[in-house]
Design a protein around this ligand. Structure first.
Ligand code: MG
Length: 239
């Protein structure tokens, strides 16, 4: 089996996640750009695992009538069960099996309406293809998950480029808080929030995202995916 095939087969295990838990508002400048309130504690929502798009599986489909935004995020793949966890930094990271890069695609106009009316975010976050992911990144490739540079380009123009050191709530706190509400199980995926620079993509655009550590690109992290318009019967309309 060549290296490429092996990487692909391990990425396919991502789709076996029983849940994908996503932290919202975890970078101060991103909170400011969306005029959101800064949370006093981590808050989170779910994306369906059916929204996962593995490397090479594109395109990302923009539903009709939707303002489609990208949010690049570091993803954690759980290796151990965590339930009502209040352990230390080391124990929290020990429960993480590997990492991956992800793009939390968001129907921003749908989400804005949901925020205004107190409706859930499931539609805004849950469409098929709304979670492009890179290959599995072995833990050894990321010595410190709070010191990696995430970037995202659209048509080769850089829109997001920040360090995970800017997270408001770090990984141990995130995992602990989630685990007090819902048990984190092996294979579950946790998205840790997006830095500033989110914005729209339209059909024909190509998104590229990656991770750099000490300025060096991590090959496994890379995502490259095109955006296309949906041909399905769904069209966004106000609820
Ligand atoms: Mg997000």
């Amino acid at each position: 089996m060549n290296v490429f095939r092996r990487a692909m087969s391990s990425a396919s295990t991502l789709k076996q996640a029983r849940k994908v838990v996503c932290i919202g508002r975890n970078y101060a400048d991103h909170i400011a750009e969306l005029n959101s309130a800064r949370p006093k504690q981590p808050f989170f929502f779910l994306k369906p695992s059916s929204s996962i798009l593995l490397p090479g599986e594109g395109p990302v489909i923009r539903p009709r009538g939707v303002s489609l935004h990208y949010e690049v995020e570091l993803a954690l793949v759980m290796g151990k069960q965590l339930k009502d966890f209040s352990g230390d930094y080391h124990a929290a990271l020990d429960a993480v099996e590997s990492y991956a890069l992800s793009i939390d695609m968001t129907a921003r106009n749908t989400q804005n309406e949901a925020k205004k009316k107190g409706l859930p975010w499931s539609i805004a976050k849950g469409f098929d293809t709304f979670l492009p992911m890179g290959n599995i990144i072995p833990k050894s490739a990321i010595p410190n998950p709070h010191d990696v540079e995430l970037y995202l380009t659209v048509n080769d123009k850089v829109h997001q480029n920040d360090s995970t050191e800017l997270m408001l709530f770090q990984i141990p706190r995130i995992l602990g808080d989630i685990s007090k509400v819902m048990t984190l199980e092996k294979g579950d995926i946790v998205l840790t929030g997006t830095p500033k620079g989110v914005g729209p993509v339209v059909p024909g655009d190509v998104m590229k995202a990656g991770i750099k550590i000490d300025g060096k690109e991590l090959e496994e992290a890379k995502i490259e995916v095109k955006v296309e318009e949906s041909t399905s019967s769904y069209e966004y309309a106000e609820t």
